[in-house]
Design a protein around this ligand. Structure first.
Ligand SMILES: *Cc1c(COP(=O)(O)O)cnc(C)c1O
Length: 465
């Protein structure tokens, strides 16, 4: 049995294909709906916002989609990413569990997000798009897309959630260094932004509002397209290189397949990226690997939300998507894990959760920072506040293993470093972070405002078509 701390692969082992779980799903995700007519929308409705190739991927039923050579070439700047055996953390916890983590913080922008930003910028460039608009919460997605656009000489316009714009000037600078234009959202540049500002001039903003702004900009201009860093199927698919590499790395280390796979959950992309290749093994080879998403108790869409059709943005400009949601008008508490404050989950991960093929748990922010600090002391890397949720889940499970004496194998996604999130750590150390849990009655209140068809009514409609 090897004693490697670090398990690496060569550049030639960068996956050649993305994995599309839709091909293997027993129940396919339900289609998006036109909010006006309530009818399923076809791919053509997405054409004003996305390049054709990404729309094809969004609705693809193929099990594997080939990664273009130009994209693999840029992936090689930081991929394959290393996997680590967390010996020090195991020792600190005195657990018989074997803990592995995949480290995505080695990318240029410091998280998993360039894995999809690069192919998205590439396909836009191929189809002659001049500018891409997007939203960003914590700044991770905006910086990833800014980097990717600079690789292909495309302009990038970023709507950054106001609270992050104020709290995270370094991420903003990073985007500007790569050549992007960054605006605090809500802004006066769009009708969506103007409308929100008129109601609440001091709003901290939200991802949903910023999405409304970026979508509006793209919809109004022919050579401008929009890009989303999570939630959509093509985004989740691009991230599956993480899990594919992880399987090779565990094999190379002579390790067992994991019993548990954990990752933090915002819209689902880094969770899907690590876990879907393991879900593939469960669905095609009969393994029983438990894949569990870690979400904040302050935005508990998976553990307390409803599985309903809902808008992807706040204003209601996107198609209706079948998702676990807290309601599209939900404005989350100002917790530091900005990337996890989104109201909904992607259609694919939502269907997988509804079918019991993945699991979820919610963790309070104090427990997540405690876990992150412990991880930093043990393994050196200071995790992003989002990533701390996955770490906290792992520590819970490792403690359980200590109680039961079971030597389970645990894998998780260290999806980004926290080097630009020191303000969050400062707040934690100063005792300024409070426990925050959204109660079921608050969730019920927020979700009661959803005015869209139920999953059951759409299933019925489709059965009669
Ligand atoms: C964006 C981000 C997340 C949340 O988004 P997902 O799509 O759920 O992965 C989590 N962690 C980090 C470091 C991020 O940048």
């Amino acid at each position: 049995m090897s004693k490697n701390r670090k398990i690496t692969l060569s550049e030639s082992e960068i996956p050649t294909h993305w994995y599309n779980v839709v091909a293997d799903m027993p129940n396919k995700p339900l289609p998006p709906l036109n909010p006006g007519t309530g009818e399923p929308i076809g791919p053509e409705a997405l054409a004003p916002l996305f390049p054709m190739e990404l729309i094809k991927q969004e609705v693809s039923q193929e099990q594997f989609v080939e990664i273009p050579e130009e994209v693999r070439d840029i992936y090689a700047m930081w991929r394959p990413t290393p996997m680590f055996r967390a010996y020090n953390l195991e020792k600190m916890l005195d657990t018989p569990a074997k803990i592995y983590y995949k480290y995505e913080g080695v990318s240029p922008s410091g998280s998993h997000k360039p894995n999809t930003a690069v192919p998205q910028a590439y396909y836009n460039m191929k189809e002659g798009v001049k500018k891409i608009t997007t939203e960003t919460g914590a700044g991770q997605w905006g910086s990833a897309l800014s980097f990717a656009c600079s690789m292909f000489n495309i302009e990038c316009e970023v709507y950054m959630v106001r609270i992050s714009y104020d709290q995270k000037p370094y991420r903003k600078m990073m985007m500007q260094t790569w050549g992007a234009d960054v605006y605090p959202s809500p802004s006066e540049r769009t009708q969506a932004g103007q409308k929100i500002l008129a109601q609440d001039p001091d709003t901290p903003g939200s991802l949903g509002i910023a999405i409304s702004e970026a979508v509006e900009m793209a919809a109004m201009n022919d050579d401008v397209k929009y890009s989303l860093g999570s939630v959509l199927n093509h985004v989740l698919m691009h991230q599956t290189i993480i899990g594919q590499e992880a399987i090779k790395q565990l094999e190379k280390d002579g390790a067992d397949l994991p019993d548990f796979v954990y990752a933090p959950f915002g819209g689902g992309s880094n969770f899907a990226g690590l876990s879907l290749p393991f879900v593939h093994l469960n669905l095609t080879q009969g393994t029983n690997i438990q894949c569990i998403a870690s979400e904040p108790t302050s935005a508990p869409k998976l553990t307390k939300g409803v599985f309903r059709y809902d808008f992807g943005d706040t204003v209601g400009m996107t198609p209706l998507i079948p998702m676990y949601t807290l309601g599209h008008t939900f404005v989350p508490a100002k917790i530091h894990a900005g990337g996890l404050r989104y109201h909904g989950a992607g259609a694919v991960v939502s269907q997988l959760l509804a079918d019991g093929l993945i699991g979820a748990e919610a963790i309070d922010q104090l427990e997540t920072f405690e876990a992150g600090v412990m991880f930093a002391k043990a393994e050196g890397i200071v995790p992003a506040p989002e990533a701390n949720h996955g770490v906290a889940s792992v520590i819970r499970k490792a403690k359980e293993c200590k109680e039961s004496g079971e030597s389970k194998t645990i894998l998780f996604n260290m999806c980004g470093h926290g080097n630009f999130d020191m303000l969050a750590y400062q707040d934690y150390f100063a005792g300024n972070l409070k426990k925050h849990e959204m109660t079921q009655s608050e969730v019920d209140e927020a979700t009661s405002k959803i005015d869209a068809p139920t999953i059951e009514s759409v299933q019925e409609m489709l059965a009669n078509m």
